[in-house]
Design a protein around this ligand. Structure first.
Ligand SMILES: NC(=O)c1ccc[n+]([C@@H]2O[C@H](COP(=O)([O-])OP(=O)(O)OC[C@H]3O[C@@H](n4cnc5c(N)ncnc54)[C@H](O)[C@@H]3O)[C@@H](O)[C@H]2O)c1
Length: 229
């Protein structure tokens, strides 16, 4: 990276951060102005460290960097360890899914197409370079949230997922959902709510995520059906 800087090749480094940096923060929606120094998982600590290192590169080497805090991304062909996918696998296999914090969780689910659009827009405009009063470069550094801005109750999300799995024929019409779910306590490293304030993204790049869960869980179920065939 330093070699690239010396030859002035890094015009803008855009990297993935995460809503997990907000840890156990109580104030919602989460704003990039909020303090983020109480991570509740090692993953969150690594994402925050990433932001600090980016800040350092921006300050020391005048490299424009933008970190994007993604909020619970989902979509077809997603990671098998993500909840919607592993839950579908378990339901199909007749196993029980565990729902943490007795279902009292809210997640600001963000469809992958909205994330892609956000990344694409941010790539077009790097933070500006400028000097401070001391004549030294100010870090051309920025952070944005990219989140749906409408947190969904986890139980509602699961109900919609189940309805769509039935509609697409992945699960039979008479599937016993109640018999395949177990409400369990909060897990270490998890947080009760994520909720993005994406105002800054809208102001600077004219974009905020808008895609709702219903139509996208439909696509996801259809994709699962096609894939499992
Ligand atoms: N999925 C989410 O909900 C979510 C939410 C917030 C932040 N993020 C962040 O977004 C990023 C992508 O997440 P994802 O869910 O798409 O994960 P993913 O595991 O689907 O994708 C990660 C990709 O990085 C590649 N990769 C891993 N190590 C690499 C290396 N050393 N060199 C080159 N490529 C490497 C992997 O092959 C994979 O294609 C991560 O930084 C993650 O922390 C994801």
């Amino acid at each position: 990276m330093l070699e690239a800087y010396r030859y002035n090749k890094v015009e803008h480094l855009v990297y993935a951060s995460s809503s997990s940096v907000y840890g156990g923060n109580k104030k919602v929606p989460f704003s990039v102005e909020d303090k983020v120094d109480n991570p509740v998982s090692l993953y969150a600590a690594t994402k925050k460290s990433n932001e600090l290192i980016a800040h350092c590169y921006s300050k020391l080497y005048n490299i424009p960097t933008t970190g994007l805090r993604f909020f619970t991304v989902y979509g077809p062909a997603g990671r098998p360890d993500m909840f919607y996918y592993s839950a579908t696998e378990k339901l199909v296999a007749g196993k029980t899914i565990q729902i943490f914090n007795y279902g009292n969780c809210k997640r600001d689910f963000t469809y992958v197409d909205d994330i892609v659009e956000g990344v694409f827009r941010v790539m077009q405009g790097a933070p500006e370079k400028a000097n401070g009063e001391d004549g030294l470069p100010l870090p051309p550094y920025a952070i944005y949230n990219i989140g749906g801005g409408t947190p969904e109750n986890l139980l509602d999300y699961i109900s919609t997922l189940q309805e769509e799995l039935v509609r697409s024929g992945v699960l039979p019409e008479d599937y016993d959902f109640e018999g395949h779910r177990e409400l369990v306590p909060m897990q270490p490293g998890d947080v009760p709510v994520t909720y993005a304030d994406s105002k800054a993204l809208e102001e600077d790049y004219g974009f905020r995520p808008t895609i709702g869960i219903r139509e996208e869980l439909k696509k996801l179920s259809d994709c699962y059906k096609e894939y499992s065939n």
